[in-house]
Design a protein around this ligand. Structure first.
Ligand SMILES: Cc1cc2nc3c(=O)[nH]c(=O)nc-3n(C[C@H](O)[C@H](O)[C@H](O)COP(=O)(O)OP(=O)(O)OC[C@H]3O[C@@H](n4cnc5c(N)ncnc54)[C@H](O)[C@@H]3O)c2cc1C
Length: 404
Protein backbone atom coordinates (compact mmCIF):
# COMPACT_ATOMS: atom_id res chain seq x y z
CA UNK A 1 0.00 0.00 0.00
CA UNK A 2 1.22 3.59 -0.58
CA UNK A 3 3.29 4.81 2.36
CA UNK A 4 1.67 7.48 4.45
CA UNK A 5 4.50 9.99 4.17
CA UNK A 6 4.97 10.37 0.44
CA UNK A 7 2.25 8.33 -1.22
CA UNK A 8 4.93 6.12 -2.73
CA UNK A 9 3.75 2.77 -4.04
CA UNK A 10 4.76 -0.48 -2.38
CA UNK A 11 6.11 -2.82 -5.05
CA UNK A 12 5.97 -6.60 -4.80
CA UNK A 13 8.10 -8.80 -7.03
CA UNK A 14 7.66 -12.50 -7.79
CA UNK A 15 11.09 -14.12 -8.29
CA UNK A 16 14.49 -13.29 -6.81
CA UNK A 17 16.56 -14.02 -9.91
CA UNK A 18 18.90 -11.51 -11.51
CA UNK A 19 16.10 -9.38 -12.94
CA UNK A 20 13.90 -9.38 -9.83
CA UNK A 21 16.81 -8.47 -7.55
CA UNK A 22 18.06 -5.73 -9.90
CA UNK A 23 14.55 -4.25 -9.89
CA UNK A 24 14.33 -4.48 -6.10
CA UNK A 25 17.68 -2.80 -5.59
CA UNK A 26 16.91 -0.03 -8.08
CA UNK A 27 13.59 0.62 -6.29
CA UNK A 28 15.16 0.64 -2.83
CA UNK A 29 17.84 3.06 -4.04
CA UNK A 30 15.04 5.41 -5.09
CA UNK A 31 13.53 5.23 -1.63
CA UNK A 32 10.61 3.00 -2.66
CA UNK A 33 9.45 0.07 -0.56
CA UNK A 34 9.71 -3.39 -2.08
CA UNK A 35 9.26 -7.04 -1.13
CA UNK A 36 10.51 -9.96 -3.22
CA UNK A 37 8.92 -13.43 -3.06
CA UNK A 38 11.07 -16.35 -4.21
CA UNK A 39 10.04 -20.00 -4.57
CA UNK A 40 13.44 -21.44 -3.56
CA UNK A 41 14.00 -22.16 0.14
CA UNK A 42 17.52 -20.71 -0.04
CA UNK A 43 19.48 -18.54 -2.45
CA UNK A 44 22.01 -21.19 -3.47
CA UNK A 45 24.81 -20.82 -5.95
CA UNK A 46 23.27 -22.10 -9.17
CA UNK A 47 24.13 -21.57 -12.79
CA UNK A 48 27.37 -21.12 -14.59
CA UNK A 49 28.87 -18.10 -16.34
CA UNK A 50 27.20 -14.89 -17.43
CA UNK A 51 28.83 -12.32 -19.66
CA UNK A 52 27.99 -8.84 -18.47
CA UNK A 53 28.37 -6.56 -21.45
CA UNK A 54 28.69 -2.76 -21.25
CA UNK A 55 24.91 -2.25 -21.07
CA UNK A 56 24.73 -4.59 -18.06
CA UNK A 57 27.84 -3.10 -16.48
CA UNK A 58 26.22 0.35 -16.57
CA UNK A 59 23.22 -1.01 -14.65
CA UNK A 60 25.42 -2.70 -12.04
CA UNK A 61 27.58 0.40 -11.58
CA UNK A 62 24.43 2.56 -11.19
CA UNK A 63 23.22 0.09 -8.55
CA UNK A 64 26.43 0.60 -6.58
CA UNK A 65 27.91 -2.82 -7.36
CA UNK A 66 31.13 -1.63 -9.04
CA UNK A 67 33.31 -2.92 -6.22
CA UNK A 68 31.66 -6.38 -6.13
CA UNK A 69 31.77 -6.80 -9.88
CA UNK A 70 35.40 -5.74 -10.04
CA UNK A 71 36.19 -8.12 -7.16
CA UNK A 72 34.43 -11.23 -8.53
CA UNK A 73 34.46 -10.61 -12.26
CA UNK A 74 37.15 -11.08 -14.86
CA UNK A 75 37.95 -8.43 -17.44
CA UNK A 76 38.84 -10.32 -20.59
CA UNK A 77 42.13 -9.30 -22.15
CA UNK A 78 40.81 -10.48 -25.52
CA UNK A 79 37.89 -12.20 -27.25
CA UNK A 80 38.75 -14.82 -29.81
CA UNK A 81 37.09 -16.90 -32.49
CA UNK A 82 38.77 -20.29 -32.94
CA UNK A 83 38.20 -22.99 -35.50
CA UNK A 84 36.83 -26.18 -33.95
CA UNK A 85 39.43 -28.66 -35.28
CA UNK A 86 42.62 -26.76 -36.14
CA UNK A 87 42.47 -24.16 -33.38
CA UNK A 88 43.18 -21.34 -35.88
CA UNK A 89 42.57 -18.09 -34.01
CA UNK A 90 41.04 -14.71 -34.83
CA UNK A 91 41.42 -12.00 -32.18
CA UNK A 92 38.34 -9.78 -31.96
CA UNK A 93 39.96 -7.04 -29.91
CA UNK A 94 42.40 -6.54 -32.73
CA UNK A 95 39.53 -6.44 -35.20
CA UNK A 96 37.26 -3.99 -33.39
CA UNK A 97 38.67 -0.47 -33.32
CA UNK A 98 39.43 -0.63 -29.58
CA UNK A 99 39.22 -3.20 -26.79
CA UNK A 100 35.61 -3.75 -25.75
CA UNK A 101 36.08 -1.78 -22.51
CA UNK A 102 37.29 1.35 -24.23
CA UNK A 103 34.93 1.09 -27.15
CA UNK A 104 31.82 1.30 -24.97
CA UNK A 105 33.06 3.46 -22.12
CA UNK A 106 32.69 0.77 -19.42
CA UNK A 107 34.21 -2.72 -19.26
CA UNK A 108 32.66 -6.06 -19.96
CA UNK A 109 32.85 -8.53 -17.04
CA UNK A 110 32.82 -12.32 -17.03
CA UNK A 111 31.06 -13.55 -13.91
CA UNK A 112 29.80 -16.68 -12.23
CA UNK A 113 26.01 -16.30 -12.07
CA UNK A 114 26.20 -17.29 -8.39
CA UNK A 115 28.62 -14.44 -7.58
CA UNK A 116 26.47 -11.87 -9.35
CA UNK A 117 23.30 -13.21 -7.73
CA UNK A 118 24.92 -13.09 -4.28
CA UNK A 119 26.15 -9.52 -4.84
CA UNK A 120 22.64 -8.39 -5.81
CA UNK A 121 20.99 -10.25 -2.92
CA UNK A 122 23.47 -8.85 -0.37
CA UNK A 123 22.91 -5.31 -1.64
CA UNK A 124 19.12 -5.71 -1.46
CA UNK A 125 19.40 -7.03 2.11
CA UNK A 126 21.77 -4.23 3.09
CA UNK A 127 19.14 -1.73 1.97
CA UNK A 128 16.19 -3.64 3.51
CA UNK A 129 17.16 -6.70 5.58
CA UNK A 130 13.82 -8.49 5.31
CA UNK A 131 13.06 -7.64 1.67
CA UNK A 132 13.57 -11.16 0.30
CA UNK A 133 11.01 -13.80 1.32
CA UNK A 134 12.04 -17.38 0.56
CA UNK A 135 9.90 -20.49 0.13
CA UNK A 136 7.07 -18.42 -1.36
CA UNK A 137 6.01 -19.95 -4.65
CA UNK A 138 3.45 -17.71 -6.29
CA UNK A 139 0.51 -19.34 -8.03
CA UNK A 140 -1.55 -16.33 -9.08
CA UNK A 141 -2.74 -12.83 -8.19
CA UNK A 142 -5.82 -10.65 -7.93
CA UNK A 143 -5.93 -6.94 -8.65
CA UNK A 144 -8.48 -4.15 -8.45
CA UNK A 145 -8.42 -0.35 -8.50
CA UNK A 146 -6.92 -0.24 -5.00
CA UNK A 147 -4.07 -2.75 -5.19
CA UNK A 148 -2.80 -6.20 -6.05
CA UNK A 149 -2.60 -9.41 -4.01
CA UNK A 150 -0.03 -12.09 -4.84
CA UNK A 151 -1.07 -15.61 -3.83
CA UNK A 152 1.26 -18.41 -2.79
CA UNK A 153 1.14 -22.17 -2.95
CA UNK A 154 0.99 -22.46 0.86
CA UNK A 155 -2.25 -20.46 0.94
CA UNK A 156 -0.69 -17.21 2.14
CA UNK A 157 -0.67 -13.97 0.18
CA UNK A 158 1.04 -10.56 0.02
CA UNK A 159 -0.42 -7.17 -0.88
CA UNK A 160 1.07 -4.23 -2.72
CA UNK A 161 0.31 -1.45 -5.18
CA UNK A 162 2.32 -2.86 -8.09
CA UNK A 163 3.32 -6.44 -8.98
CA UNK A 164 6.30 -7.32 -11.20
CA UNK A 165 6.45 -10.94 -12.36
CA UNK A 166 10.16 -11.71 -12.48
CA UNK A 167 9.51 -15.43 -12.09
CA UNK A 168 11.50 -16.61 -15.07
CA UNK A 169 10.86 -19.00 -17.92
CA UNK A 170 7.81 -20.71 -16.43
CA UNK A 171 6.29 -17.54 -15.04
CA UNK A 172 3.00 -17.95 -13.17
CA UNK A 173 2.34 -14.22 -13.42
CA UNK A 174 2.68 -14.35 -17.19
CA UNK A 175 0.45 -17.42 -17.32
CA UNK A 176 -2.35 -15.51 -15.62
CA UNK A 177 -1.83 -12.31 -17.62
CA UNK A 178 -1.48 -13.70 -21.11
CA UNK A 179 -1.45 -17.52 -20.94
CA UNK A 180 1.60 -19.73 -20.61
CA UNK A 181 4.42 -19.30 -23.11
CA UNK A 182 4.60 -22.04 -25.74
CA UNK A 183 8.22 -23.20 -25.97
CA UNK A 184 9.47 -24.55 -29.30
CA UNK A 185 12.54 -26.80 -29.27
CA UNK A 186 15.38 -25.41 -31.40
CA UNK A 187 17.09 -28.73 -32.11
CA UNK A 188 20.04 -27.55 -30.03
CA UNK A 189 21.26 -28.54 -26.62
CA UNK A 190 23.89 -26.96 -24.43
CA UNK A 191 26.39 -28.62 -22.13
CA UNK A 192 27.45 -26.34 -19.29
CA UNK A 193 30.18 -26.83 -16.74
CA UNK A 194 32.89 -25.22 -14.65
CA UNK A 195 36.55 -26.17 -14.83
CA UNK A 196 38.88 -25.41 -11.91
CA UNK A 197 41.54 -23.24 -13.51
CA UNK A 198 44.34 -25.16 -11.80
CA UNK A 199 43.27 -28.39 -13.53
CA UNK A 200 44.16 -26.90 -16.92
CA UNK A 201 47.64 -26.83 -18.46
CA UNK A 202 49.41 -23.46 -18.13
CA UNK A 203 48.92 -22.48 -21.76
CA UNK A 204 45.14 -22.74 -21.36
CA UNK A 205 44.99 -20.51 -18.28
CA UNK A 206 44.33 -17.31 -20.21
CA UNK A 207 41.99 -14.45 -19.31
CA UNK A 208 40.45 -14.66 -22.78
CA UNK A 209 36.84 -15.32 -23.82
CA UNK A 210 36.71 -17.74 -26.74
CA UNK A 211 34.09 -18.98 -29.17
CA UNK A 212 35.19 -22.23 -30.78
CA UNK A 213 33.00 -22.63 -33.85
CA UNK A 214 32.27 -25.70 -35.94
CA UNK A 215 29.76 -26.84 -38.56
CA UNK A 216 27.16 -28.21 -36.14
CA UNK A 217 28.31 -26.98 -32.74
CA UNK A 218 30.16 -24.25 -30.93
CA UNK A 219 31.85 -23.99 -27.55
CA UNK A 220 31.97 -20.76 -25.57
CA UNK A 221 34.45 -20.56 -22.73
CA UNK A 222 35.74 -17.86 -20.46
CA UNK A 223 37.27 -17.39 -17.00
CA UNK A 224 35.08 -16.33 -14.06
CA UNK A 225 35.47 -15.81 -10.31
CA UNK A 226 38.72 -13.83 -10.37
CA UNK A 227 40.14 -16.38 -12.79
CA UNK A 228 39.74 -19.37 -10.42
CA UNK A 229 37.22 -21.13 -12.68
CA UNK A 230 36.69 -21.55 -16.39
CA UNK A 231 33.10 -21.54 -17.64
CA UNK A 232 32.47 -23.86 -20.59
CA UNK A 233 29.27 -24.09 -22.64
CA UNK A 234 29.14 -26.41 -25.63
CA UNK A 235 26.10 -26.04 -27.86
CA UNK A 236 25.36 -28.76 -30.35
CA UNK A 237 22.68 -29.55 -32.96
CA UNK A 238 20.91 -32.54 -31.49
CA UNK A 239 17.30 -33.67 -31.47
CA UNK A 240 17.17 -36.74 -29.29
CA UNK A 241 16.37 -35.18 -25.93
CA UNK A 242 14.51 -32.04 -25.13
CA UNK A 243 14.60 -31.04 -21.49
CA UNK A 244 14.71 -27.38 -20.55
CA UNK A 245 16.53 -27.28 -17.25
CA UNK A 246 19.34 -25.42 -15.53
CA UNK A 247 20.04 -28.32 -13.19
CA UNK A 248 19.75 -31.59 -15.14
CA UNK A 249 23.09 -33.42 -15.05
CA UNK A 250 24.67 -35.43 -17.89
CA UNK A 251 27.80 -37.55 -18.17
CA UNK A 252 31.24 -36.65 -19.48
CA UNK A 253 31.15 -39.57 -21.92
CA UNK A 254 27.91 -38.35 -23.47
CA UNK A 255 29.17 -34.80 -23.71
CA UNK A 256 32.48 -35.75 -25.28
CA UNK A 257 30.62 -37.89 -27.83
CA UNK A 258 28.97 -34.67 -29.04
CA UNK A 259 32.36 -33.16 -29.93
CA UNK A 260 34.25 -35.80 -31.95
CA UNK A 261 37.37 -34.53 -33.68
CA UNK A 262 37.36 -31.22 -31.80
CA UNK A 263 40.66 -29.62 -30.86
CA UNK A 264 42.49 -31.15 -27.83
CA UNK A 265 42.10 -27.87 -25.89
CA UNK A 266 38.31 -28.23 -26.12
CA UNK A 267 38.43 -31.89 -25.14
CA UNK A 268 40.64 -31.07 -22.14
CA UNK A 269 38.24 -28.42 -20.93
CA UNK A 270 35.20 -30.68 -21.24
CA UNK A 271 37.01 -33.56 -19.53
CA UNK A 272 37.97 -31.31 -16.60
CA UNK A 273 34.51 -29.89 -15.87
CA UNK A 274 33.43 -30.85 -12.37
CA UNK A 275 29.74 -31.43 -13.20
CA UNK A 276 28.12 -31.23 -16.61
CA UNK A 277 24.58 -29.89 -16.99
CA UNK A 278 22.37 -30.47 -20.03
CA UNK A 279 20.13 -27.65 -21.15
CA UNK A 280 17.69 -27.99 -24.07
CA UNK A 281 17.38 -24.68 -25.93
CA UNK A 282 13.81 -23.52 -26.55
CA UNK A 283 12.39 -20.52 -28.39
CA UNK A 284 9.43 -18.51 -27.20
CA UNK A 285 7.69 -15.85 -29.27
CA UNK A 286 8.14 -12.40 -27.73
CA UNK A 287 4.98 -11.00 -26.14
CA UNK A 288 3.20 -8.00 -27.67
CA UNK A 289 2.31 -6.65 -24.24
CA UNK A 290 3.64 -7.20 -20.73
CA UNK A 291 1.27 -5.21 -18.60
CA UNK A 292 -2.32 -5.21 -17.38
CA UNK A 293 -3.25 -2.55 -14.86
CA UNK A 294 -0.95 -2.81 -11.85
CA UNK A 295 0.81 -5.97 -12.96
CA UNK A 296 3.74 -6.28 -15.32
CA UNK A 297 6.54 -8.68 -16.23
CA UNK A 298 10.29 -8.51 -16.62
CA UNK A 299 13.19 -10.63 -17.84
CA UNK A 300 12.69 -14.22 -18.96
CA UNK A 301 9.04 -14.09 -17.90
CA UNK A 302 8.27 -11.88 -20.91
CA UNK A 303 11.23 -12.08 -23.32
CA UNK A 304 13.21 -15.28 -22.81
CA UNK A 305 15.91 -15.45 -25.46
CA UNK A 306 18.51 -17.85 -26.75
CA UNK A 307 21.99 -17.30 -25.32
CA UNK A 308 23.74 -16.42 -28.62
CA UNK A 309 24.04 -12.68 -27.94
CA UNK A 310 24.61 -13.16 -24.21
CA UNK A 311 21.75 -10.81 -23.30
CA UNK A 312 19.34 -12.80 -21.07
CA UNK A 313 20.79 -11.54 -17.81
CA UNK A 314 21.78 -8.11 -19.13
CA UNK A 315 18.33 -7.35 -20.51
CA UNK A 316 16.57 -8.60 -17.36
CA UNK A 317 18.65 -6.20 -15.25
CA UNK A 318 17.97 -3.36 -17.70
CA UNK A 319 14.24 -4.08 -17.32
CA UNK A 320 14.50 -3.93 -13.54
CA UNK A 321 16.34 -0.62 -13.64
CA UNK A 322 13.94 1.03 -16.11
CA UNK A 323 10.92 -0.30 -14.19
CA UNK A 324 12.22 1.38 -11.02
CA UNK A 325 12.78 4.66 -12.88
CA UNK A 326 9.21 4.60 -14.20
CA UNK A 327 7.64 3.85 -10.81
CA UNK A 328 9.73 6.59 -9.22
CA UNK A 329 8.73 9.04 -11.94
CA UNK A 330 4.96 8.32 -11.70
CA UNK A 331 4.61 7.29 -8.03
CA UNK A 332 0.96 8.29 -7.80
CA UNK A 333 -0.13 6.40 -10.88
CA UNK A 334 1.13 2.82 -11.12
CA UNK A 335 -0.90 2.13 -14.24
CA UNK A 336 0.81 4.95 -16.17
CA UNK A 337 4.20 3.96 -14.73
CA UNK A 338 3.84 0.39 -16.01
CA UNK A 339 2.59 1.53 -19.40
CA UNK A 340 5.62 3.81 -19.78
CA UNK A 341 7.91 0.97 -18.69
CA UNK A 342 6.48 -1.38 -21.30
CA UNK A 343 6.81 1.22 -24.07
CA UNK A 344 10.40 1.98 -23.03
CA UNK A 345 11.47 -1.69 -23.12
CA UNK A 346 9.35 -3.68 -25.57
CA UNK A 347 10.97 -2.86 -28.91
CA UNK A 348 14.52 -3.37 -27.70
CA UNK A 349 13.87 -6.68 -25.99
CA UNK A 350 11.84 -8.01 -28.95
CA UNK A 351 14.81 -7.24 -31.20
CA UNK A 352 17.10 -9.05 -28.76
CA UNK A 353 14.90 -12.15 -28.83
CA UNK A 354 14.76 -12.18 -32.63
CA UNK A 355 18.40 -11.38 -33.28
CA UNK A 356 19.57 -13.94 -30.71
CA UNK A 357 17.61 -16.59 -32.61
CA UNK A 358 19.13 -15.48 -35.93
CA UNK A 359 22.64 -15.84 -34.51
CA UNK A 360 22.28 -19.64 -34.25
CA UNK A 361 22.89 -19.90 -37.99
CA UNK A 362 25.97 -17.68 -37.75
CA UNK A 363 27.63 -19.86 -35.14
CA UNK A 364 26.71 -23.28 -36.54
CA UNK A 365 27.60 -23.03 -40.19
CA UNK A 366 28.74 -25.56 -42.77
CA UNK A 367 31.42 -23.10 -43.88
CA UNK A 368 33.42 -24.31 -40.87
CA UNK A 369 33.82 -27.76 -42.43
CA UNK A 370 37.09 -26.82 -44.13
CA UNK A 371 39.80 -24.39 -43.02
CA UNK A 372 39.64 -22.52 -46.31
CA UNK A 373 35.89 -21.88 -46.34
CA UNK A 374 36.01 -21.14 -42.59
CA UNK A 375 38.63 -18.42 -43.07
CA UNK A 376 36.55 -16.67 -45.71
CA UNK A 377 33.39 -17.00 -43.62
CA UNK A 378 34.94 -15.75 -40.38
CA UNK A 379 36.64 -12.83 -42.10
CA UNK A 380 33.22 -11.79 -43.41
CA UNK A 381 31.02 -12.55 -40.39
CA UNK A 382 33.45 -11.13 -37.82
CA UNK A 383 34.60 -8.18 -39.94
CA UNK A 384 34.76 -5.03 -37.76
CA UNK A 385 31.78 -3.54 -39.61
CA UNK A 386 29.70 -6.66 -38.89
CA UNK A 387 30.80 -6.74 -35.25
CA UNK A 388 29.73 -3.11 -34.88
CA UNK A 389 26.36 -3.69 -36.57
CA UNK A 390 25.73 -6.75 -34.40
CA UNK A 391 26.70 -5.36 -31.01
CA UNK A 392 26.87 -1.54 -30.92
CA UNK A 393 23.10 -1.04 -30.50
CA UNK A 394 23.13 -3.56 -27.65
CA UNK A 395 26.19 -2.41 -25.75
CA UNK A 396 25.63 1.36 -26.09
CA UNK A 397 22.24 1.26 -24.36
CA UNK A 398 22.11 3.11 -21.06
CA UNK A 399 19.19 2.05 -18.84
CA UNK A 400 19.77 5.11 -16.64
CA UNK A 401 19.43 7.56 -19.53
CA UNK A 402 17.01 5.83 -21.91
CA UNK A 403 13.88 7.85 -22.73
CA UNK A 404 10.80 7.02 -20.63
C1 LIG B 1 18.93 -21.99 -11.55
C2 LIG B 1 19.27 -21.07 -12.70
C3 LIG B 1 20.52 -21.19 -13.32
C4 LIG B 1 20.83 -20.38 -14.41
N1 LIG B 1 22.06 -20.50 -15.00
C5 LIG B 1 22.40 -19.68 -16.01
C6 LIG B 1 23.69 -19.74 -16.59
O1 LIG B 1 24.50 -20.55 -16.20
N2 LIG B 1 24.01 -18.90 -17.60
C7 LIG B 1 23.08 -17.99 -18.07
O2 LIG B 1 23.40 -17.21 -18.98
N3 LIG B 1 21.85 -17.91 -17.54
C8 LIG B 1 21.49 -18.72 -16.52
N4 LIG B 1 20.25 -18.64 -15.97
C9 LIG B 1 19.30 -17.72 -16.59
C10 LIG B 1 19.56 -16.32 -16.34
O3 LIG B 1 19.83 -16.09 -14.99
C11 LIG B 1 18.29 -15.63 -16.80
O4 LIG B 1 18.07 -15.90 -18.16
C12 LIG B 1 18.40 -14.16 -16.74
O5 LIG B 1 19.14 -13.78 -15.66
C13 LIG B 1 17.02 -13.54 -16.71
O6 LIG B 1 16.72 -13.21 -15.35
P1 LIG B 1 15.31 -13.39 -14.71
O7 LIG B 1 15.38 -12.67 -13.42
O8 LIG B 1 14.24 -13.03 -15.66
O9 LIG B 1 15.15 -14.93 -14.49
P2 LIG B 1 15.91 -15.90 -13.48
O10 LIG B 1 17.27 -15.40 -13.18
O11 LIG B 1 15.75 -17.24 -14.08
O12 LIG B 1 15.08 -15.79 -12.13
C14 LIG B 1 13.75 -16.22 -11.95
C15 LIG B 1 13.54 -16.46 -10.48
O13 LIG B 1 12.15 -16.67 -10.23
C16 LIG B 1 12.02 -17.76 -9.35
N5 LIG B 1 10.67 -18.33 -9.57
C17 LIG B 1 10.26 -19.08 -10.60
N6 LIG B 1 8.97 -19.39 -10.48
C18 LIG B 1 8.54 -18.81 -9.33
C19 LIG B 1 7.29 -18.76 -8.64
N7 LIG B 1 6.20 -19.36 -9.14
N8 LIG B 1 7.20 -18.04 -7.49
C20 LIG B 1 8.31 -17.42 -6.98
N9 LIG B 1 9.50 -17.45 -7.58
C21 LIG B 1 9.63 -18.12 -8.74
C22 LIG B 1 13.15 -18.68 -9.72
O14 LIG B 1 13.45 -19.60 -8.68
C23 LIG B 1 14.27 -17.68 -9.96
O15 LIG B 1 14.94 -17.35 -8.78
C24 LIG B 1 19.89 -19.42 -14.89
C25 LIG B 1 18.63 -19.31 -14.26
C26 LIG B 1 18.33 -20.12 -13.15
C27 LIG B 1 16.97 -19.94 -12.47
Amino acid sequence: MPDKAGGNPHVIIAGAGLGGLAAALALLKRGLDVDVYEQADELKEVGAGVQISANGTRVLFELGLKESVEHWGVRAVDKEIRLWNTGQTWSLFNRASAPIGERYGVPMFLLHRGDLHTALANAVRAAKPDAIHLNRRCVGFEQDGAGVELKFEDGSSAKGDVLAGADGLHSQVRRQLFGAAVPRFTGQVAWRGMVPMDSLPDYQRRMVATNWIGPKAHVTCYPVRRGELFNVVGQVDRNDWQTESWIEEGTHAECLADFPGWHPEVQTMLENTTTLYRWGLFLREPLEHWTKGRVTLLGDACHAMLPYLGQGANSAMEDGFVLARCIAQWPGDPVIALERYEVARLERTTSLVNRSAEMAGTFHNEAMATAESAEKYINTEWHPSKIGARYDWIYKYDAAGAAL
